[in-house]
Write a protein that binds this ligand. Structure first.
Ligand SMILES: [Zn+2]
Length: 76
């Protein structure tokens, strides 16, 4: 009888824990946004290839380039 009462108490505790743990769960969409922010894409001024803003090289006029070679060659 003592174990039955303990089982009921543990069962209720688990039920409360799981019921309370469900609603605050972050929706998958906003969870993904927090993991990696979207980076704007830029087109290389020389060849037109698209690359993330973080990887782009820029010249004096702030034009984006995909590589040092294309930056030296300039816009086309
Ligand atoms: Zn390029």
């Amino acid at each position: 009888m003592k174990y039955l009462l303990l089982l009921v108490v543990v069962g209720v505790a688990v039920w409360i824990f799981t019921a309370r743990g469900r609603p605050p769960r972050v929706p998958p969409k906003s969870r993904r946004a927090g993991r990696s922010e979207p980076v704007p894409m830029l087109a290389c001024a020389h060849c037109g290839v698209h690359l993330p803003q973080t990887e782009a090289l820029t010249d004096a006029a702030a034009r984006p380039y995909c590589s040092e070679a294309h930056r030296r060659l300039g816009p086309r």
